[in-house]
Design a protein around this ligand. Structure first.
Ligand code: DGY
Length: 324
């Protein structure tokens, strides 16, 4: 009998076709995610589940699914939507999609560093609002990159890919990431405070966990240089958005670029949307055709391996195998 699976959103054919070839798949093809109640109903009795970063996977969902569930495959590299101990406690492997979205996400981080630093979005709005009357020596001035210092918080795959790009822009690169080694000429800082003191641009690349939730708070922002640019492409809750709003509004930092917010979608009445010096994108770090094909393929490969009882190619909780 073919395994029964639920795929929580219609993903790209590169992965979806693999799933359809191997399983009886129920694929959620609506634009909005299933509500919690619908999701709990959909996973009932499945052998495998492909979750999106918008689906919370916890004890309640696992209980609703039932004890036959063999694998949870997350269509994302981040997995803060999953309560990992709840899944591990049941001996179920969790898959994710590392590596293939590194370049796409680093590109967006760099796009935001430039967009916020050089006021790209504000300048575009300036034209559309009919404000462009002439060229002026002091019109829409931003921050240079060459010769300035970029501070990278979290020097994993994506942080290092940002460093690689920064070399070409003539930036001096420093990073804070206790367990990482220097690469691309980046200098390791012993403390976050030291990084913030020296950086003209700060880009955050940490996972969301208890230690990083609201890491970017009033204290963090107060340690940045007055003309510094802040960028976040990791997870929204890493930033205390009220503190960021206050800092941007009072011009205590120059500008910010966010690909992720808290919550997502960002409500239209968010004060951040009233600021000229804040560029906000709707979590498009990995949104390129090739990258999304690869994410779908990896999510499918993890799912199918789990259904066959094989080790997942990319497993978040490999300790489940130690017990078997
Ligand atoms: C991920 O995979 O964690 C990304 O945030 C999706 O873009």
């Amino acid at each position: 009998m073919r395994p029964k699976v639920f795929v929580a959103r219609k993903m790209r054919d590169a992965g979806l076709n693999l799933v359809l070839d191997f399983c009886d798949a129920d694929v959620w093809d609506q634009a909005m995610p299933p509500t919690r109640d619908v999701l709990l109903e959909k996973v009932r009795g499945v052998d495998g589940f492909i979750s999106m970063l918008t689906d919370r996977v916890d004890a309640e969902l696992l209980d609703a699914a039932g004890s036959q569930l063999k694998v949870v495959s997350n269509h994302a590299v981040g997995f803060d939507n999953i309560v990992v101990p709840d899944v591990t406690a049941r001996g179920i492997p969790i898959g994710n999609t590392p590596g293939i979205l590194t370049d796409a996400t680093a590109d967006i981080a760099f796009a935001l560093l430039l967009a916020a630093g050089r006021r790209i979005v504000e300048s575009e709005r300036y034209i559309r609002e009919g404000k462009w009357k002439t060229w002026h020596p002091s019109m829409l001035l931003g921050m240079d990159m060459a010769g300035k210092t970029l501070g990278i918080v979290g020097f994993g795959r994506i942080g290092r890919a940002v460093a690689k790009r920064a070399v070409g822009f003539g930036l001096r690169i420093i990073f804070y990431s206790p367990s990482a080694e220097p690469e691309f000429g980046a200098i390791k800082m012993n403390s976050l405070d030291e990084l913030l003191k020296q950086s003209d641009f700060v880009s955050v690349h940490t996972p969301l966990n208890a230690a990083t939730r609201h890491m970017v708070n009033a204290d963090f922002l107060s340690k940045m240089k007055p003309n510094a640019v802040f960028v976040n492409t990791s997870r929204g809750p890493v930033v205390d958005q009220t503190a960021l709003y206050e800092a941007l509004k009072a011009k205590r930092i120059f500008a910010a670029g966010l690909d992720v917010t808290d919550p997502e979608p960002l409500p239209l009445d968010s004060p951040l949307l009233t600021l000229e010096n804040c560029v906000i994108l709707p979590h498009i770090g990995s949104a390129s055709e090739h990258t999304r094909d690869e994410m779908a393929r990896l999510a499918a490969e993890n799912l199918i391996a789990g259904l066959k009882g094989e080790r997942l190619p990319h497993c978040v909780n490999p300790e489940v195998y130690d017990r078997k």
